[in-house]
Design a protein around this ligand. Sequence first.
Ligand SMILES: Cc1ncc(COP(=O)(O)O)c(C=O)c1O
Length: 342
Amino acid sequence: MIETELEALNFHDAPKMVSPEFPGTKAAAALTQSARTESMVRGGGRMPVVMDRAFGVTFKDPDGNTFIDLSAGVGVSSVGRCHPKVVAAIREQSESLMHAMEVNHLLNTPYTAADDVAAVIVEPVPGEGGYVPPSPEFLQLLRKACDRSGALLIVDEVQAGAGRTGKMWSVEHSGVKPDMLTFGKGVGGDVPMAGLVMRSDLAAKIPDGSAPNTFAANSVSAAVALTNIGILEDPALDLLNRAHTLGLEAQERIRDFGSPFVGEVRGRGLMIGIELVEDKATKEPLQGERLGKLMGYLTSHGVLMIPCGRYTNVMRVMPSLTIPRKLMFKALDIFGEGLSRL
Ligand SMILES: Cc1ncc(COP(=O)(O)O)c(C=O)c1O
């Protein structure tokens, strides 16, 4: 029942390639144009994929090709793109108010002694670093070290947060309570939203009006964030537990491909990293040429995945939490087929 509901929030024909060549003529023209005009601060890497219209975990390019997106815009679309409830929240809020004025021993390093450290900031599950979940003990040790020296423990939940790992915040897997927590991406989804929450006694120390911000308190972003959180916490959908079980099944499917190029398959919930290697024993990263071939296969067969890690050899499975099972496994099977052709 829930699967049928989730499927209805996607273009029904994904993935489907209809242009005689890929990228098609319209996408190729858009790529040429963006190469000339895009900001130099955009993320590295460029894929021949142009998004024209999006719905759920699927999107269409300007040539009419339909894709399954396993990247969710680098983990941004936690509830899928253009969710009807989100669109309604934007419509309703934008008709009343949009911008409102703001009213409101581990630590010993070659450079610092433990007592000099003001704060430690850590991603409980590193994102760009390669999707390597640490053991719970790692964060517990950091907590102890911070407590001993008086440093604050700040966790960055921008990529791993908002339910992606099967808990609302990935730090919860360790039982550790941070002093501050940053969030972004998945809380906002279709609109920009980021924030910092902290222990109330710390917040009380910040003088009123000492950290002004022009675009804080954007009402449309706030309405969308609340809608997203409502969808993530909807007991009928149970998206967080679903992320946990679907993630485990996805990891199993990937291992079952039995590819000689797959090293470690790891992650929590729908934050899965697939390490691609030349040699399972030495873990030598997959050569660029082979990675390029795989990426080409994926995009030309309607699947969007993005790599991460120091050697750009860890493929990410980080779809919206609303991804229908059917689309998840369709996309993974295309990935498996791509692997078998390397
Ligand atoms: C863990 C983490 N923190 C912070 C950021 C930066 O977020 P933003 O680009 O919204 O500033 C990212 C972006 O990928 C991230 O993955």
